[in-house]
Design a protein around this ligand. Structure first.
Ligand code: NAP
Length: 438
């Protein structure tokens, strides 16, 4: 390697879980990175709040600074790993203004103000990359924007939140209720002290908006994403889904439909043999369907310092290569302005669990209501709980009914469920969940 190769100054903002691992790689692997990029990546400084805080990785103390702004002004590449909205947003805008390439993993900021940042970067001709913002270590954004750039993506379905996958997987394998599985996730460090953003689906929705924007070359904002979390998923839902050959996952689903795109996050039944059905624990996976490529699946760790640092470094190397070769930076291609359709425009299959009286004619009454509302039944299974109820002396025997429909609109399904609730033979509607991957 020539001693005269270009030096690129790298400013690292943040030395937490991810930032400290990025610093480690930049320092430990400097020679390999220089060989791969054709430039010396010089870690010019690391901005933190507290210079004396204990760190996971040993870094020369003089690299730490509390003056993030000064660091940004002198950098060729700015890696933002502070998290949060401010001062991250101001610093990224400052970096763009100074012509620096920006790499970030800040999904919260991209969800709130991504379009402003993309536009500023485009206008300034600088690169803004954020592979780490979706599904941690998994290379998914560059495959979508580069490898599949010559194809047409039709659908993306992702398990993009490890906390909720851990919880649902624990419920599936142990039969635990949601609250107990969440407590276990918190105890093991998979859930944060305030798990709202994860369990209510907001984190997955932010990632869904990014995936949809890139897959369909359009702008999808966080507020366009229909979002339902997993707090209402019960052990009964999980058990009956399991019994019927399904597993419940929190999916972020982006799809191209006639007249626009749809992006939604909700607990979803998928067949256990579907590739996404095999994603256990806190792992993430993204299943992509494209016109020519067919089905692809990307799988790996969705979080953690080292895995996420790998995704960050992929962006850094790619940015450095571009800076060495010259040419303008590129964010993403928003060549289309597609309407984001409301959830009512989406037709999916549904799974409905019912607790009904075990009487003659029950099935035909229920089937008639589905037909009246234009919802076609694919399968209906009945399990009679005569022994259980008699043992408990709980009155007449009841039947558990599990119905899977053909594709139906949300409105038609809601009308059907309302009508079923009005039947005197129905004790309760125990589950209404969407089904995908069939
Ligand atoms: P973290 O552990 O909380 O670290 C944040 C770092 O930023 C700390 O070093 C902190 O300094 C510094 N910082 C925060 N505010 C600052 C300020 N105002 N001025 C100067 N320094 C400041 O966060 P993380 O887990 O590494 O996550 C970083 C980013 O990566 C976030 O956007 C996150 O969403 C994203 N991400 C994380 C993961 C993951 O697994 N952790 C996965 C994917 C994406 P002090 O140390 O001095 O407090």
């Amino acid at each position: 390697m020539s001693a005269n190769i270009k030096t690129l100054k790298v400013a690292l903002l943040g030395a937490g879980n991810v930032g400290s691992q990025v610093a480690r790689i930049l320092l430990e692997d400097a020679a390999a990175l220089a060989a791969r990029t054709g430039a010396r990546l010089e870690l010019a400084g690391i901005a933190v709040r507290n210079i004396d805080a204990p760190r996971e990785v040993e870094v020369p103390r003089e690299l730490y600074t509390t003056d993030a702004s000064a660091l940004v002004r002198n950098a060729d590449i700015v890696i933002e790993l502070m998290g949060g909205i401010e001062p991250a947003r101001t610093l990224i805008l400052e970096a763009i203004e100074h012509g620096a390439t920006v790499v970030t993993g800040n999904k919260a900021l991209l969800a709130v103000d991504g379009p402003t940042l993309y536009e500023k970067a485009d206008a300034a001709g600088v690169q803004l990359s954020y592979e780490a913002a979706v599904a941690g270590a998994i290379p998914i954004l560059r495959p979508i924007t580069d490898s599949l750039a010559g194809d047409k993506i039709t659908r993306v379905m992702g398990i993009v939140n490890g906390t909720t996958n851990f919880i649902l997987d624990a419920m599936d394998s142990t039969g635990a209720e949601f609250a107990d599985a969440l407590a276990e996730a918190t105890r093991l460090g998979y859930a944060e002290a305030d798990p709202t953003a994860d369990i209510e689906g907001h984190d997955a929705a932010a990632k869904g908006a990014i995936l949809a924007s890139l897959a369909f070359h359009t702008r999808v904002a966080l507020e366009d994403v229909h979002c339902q979390g997993i707090t209402a998923v019960t052990a009964t839902d999980i058990a009956s889904a399991k019994d019927a050959g399904y597993v419940i996952k929190l999916l972020a689903i982006a799809e191209k439909l006639d007249g626009g795109v749809s992006v939604r996050v909700h607990p979803t039944l998928i067949p256990r043999e579907h590739p996404l059905g095999a994603v256990r624990g806190a792992f993430n996976a993204v299943f992509v369907e494209a016109e020519s490529a067919g089905e692809l699946m990307f799988y790996g760790r969705g979080a953690g310092g080292s895995p996420t640092a790998s995704a960050v470094m992929g962006d850094v190397v790619s940015a450095a290569r571009r800076l060495v070769l010259g040419g303008p930076g590129r964010t993403d291609s928003t060549i289309e302005v597609l309407p984001v359709l409301p959830i009512d425009a989406v037709a999916t299959r549904y799974y409905i669990g019912l607790d009904a009286a075990d009487q003659p004619g029950v099935l035909s009454k229920i089937a008639a209501l589905f037909a009246e509302n234009g919802v076609s039944i694919e399968t209906m299974r009945q399990t009679v709980h005569r022994d259980r109820d008699e043992a408990k002396n709980a009155g007449p025997a009841s039947a558990e009914l599990r119905i899977v429909t053909h594709r139906a609109s949300e409105a038609a399904l809601a009308a059907t469920v309302e009508a079923i609730k009005g039947l005197d033979i129905i004790n309760s509607v125990t589950s209404v969940l969407r089904v995908e991957g069939v």
